[in-house]
Design a binder for this molecule. Structure first.
Ligand SMILES: Nc1ncnc2c1ncn2[C@@H]1O[C@H](COP(=O)(O)OP(=O)(O)O)[C@@H](O)[C@H]1O
Ligand SMILES: [Mg+2]
Length: 366
């Protein structure tokens, strides 16, 4: 087990900078996720830490030991990719034992370690099978066992669940977190999937164009994003213009926000769909124009002036509002500091209408 320190790490391919000079420290035993749209440099960072790619500049330390300049096998890092990358002509046990053979560990010493690694991922009974005889989820468990068998100081996981169907993904996600907790291994996880990042991580590093733009615990980033990019990438949100009048911040529907929630004079705030309540009325300022029943929630499209808002209601037994209902809007601000509505410093052009946004697609499309 070890901590990780990157200082001034950068990487270009030709004239294109994939990773801007970057500093990052991860404490021993933490589960940290690099989250960002495709192409933002996540894989390149992992590859540099693993020793498969060479940084243009900077230092990498694992457990206090400087490792940039060392070959991958001297870094004691376990790596799992999106594609399981198993050797098709080797059995499960041989695949898992590969890293031990590379390290010239004798067969007799390797066998119990292979068995233990397979037990960790509940695949002891499939040791003699070949990869083609396994499901995708089982293959990814083999890849995980192969990364863990060397007892790595650091576990690096690059979108390891992306090729699995939804149900398997949820199961393996839970197993993965339980396993890394149990082993106490420092883990760097890479994904473009915000819900995966929030479910797994102690800490999320939001990345954009080769830079870490925000860094924090999932709950803090979701509820108090500092940037519009994070607000929109981490789930759905409404970026709403505000005006400041007599020391108060006023929302488009006239509601004043508690001053304590702001302290920033930006022109916009980010309000999550679940933080808006709809109250049916006869003389509404806004109108529900569409609704989508999602089982656990109902999502409404609400038109307010020339703006469109996305509002999500949860709770069983609450009658659905019919489409075309006049409503007034009201913020649900739970009496908890985390419920502060985040101000968005990067103000958009003032003419832009309020937009409900879909993450991660909209952010990824930039
Ligand atoms: N071997 C390579 N040669 C040239 N460009 C690369 C190479 N690897 C990555 N890139 C570029 O670097 C950027 C970051 O890529 P990558 O780290 O794979 O992003 P992510 O994992 O976040 O999708 C992208 O623009 C990608 O096209
Ligand atoms: Mg990648």
């Amino acid at each position: 087990m070890a901590d990780l320190h990157l200082s001034g790490i950068s990487k270009s391919f030709g004239s294109a900078r994939a990773v801007e000079p970057l500093d990052l420290s991860v404490t021993d035993g933490a589960f940290v996720t690099l989250l960002g749209p495709s192409g933002c440099g996540k894989t390149t960072i992992l590859r540099m830490v693993a020793g498969i790619a060479t940084p243009d500049a900077g230092e990498i330390r694992i457990g206090g030991r400087r490792v940039d300049g060392l070959p991958p096998e001297a870094r004691n890092v376990g790596l799992v990719f999106q594609s399981y990358a198993l050797f098709p002509h080797m059995t499960v046990a041989q695949n898992v034992g590969f890293g031990l053979r590379m390290r010239r560990i004798a067969r007799a010493a390797a066998a119990p370690r292979i068995a233990a690694a397979l037990d960790l991922v509940d695949l002891g009974h499939l040791a003699a099978r070949y990869p083609r005889e396994l499901s995708g989820g089982q293959q990814q468990r083999v890849a995980l066992a192969r990364a863990l068998v060397i007892e790595p100081d650091l576990l690096l996981l690059d979108e390891p669940l992306s090729n699995l169907d939804a149900k398997l993904r949820d199961q393996l996600r839970e197993d993965l977190r339980a396993l890394t907790d149990r082993l106490g291994v420092t883990t760097i996880y890479v994904t473009h999937d915000q819900s995966e990042a929030m479910a797994l991580s102690d800490r999320i590093l939001v990345m954009r164009a080769g830079r870490i733009v925000e860094d924090g615990a999932p709950e803090a980033l979701y509820r108090r994003p500092r940037t519009r990019f994070t607000a929109e990438f981490l789930g759905q949100t409404n970026v709403v213009p505000v005006v400041h009048r007599a020391g108060r911040t006023i929302l488009p529907w006239g509601e004043a926000l508690p001053a304590v929630a702001f302290g920033v004079d930006a022109g916009h705030v980010s309000i999550r769909p679940e933080d808006i309540a709809l109250i049916p009325t006869t003389q509404g300022q806004a109108r529900v124009t569409a609704r989508t029943f999602l089982g656990a929630a109902v999502e409404y499209r609400v038109v307010l002036g020339d703006s469109v808002l996305r509002v999500r209601e949860t709770g069983s037994g609450v009658p659905l509002l019919p489409e075309v209902t006049d409503v007034t809007l009201s913020l649900r601000v739970p009496p908890h500091p985390l419920a502060e509505v985040a101000a968005v410093p990067e103000a958009a052009d003032p003419g832009r209408p309020v937009a409900g946004s879909d993450a991660p697609e909209s952010a990824a499309a930039e």
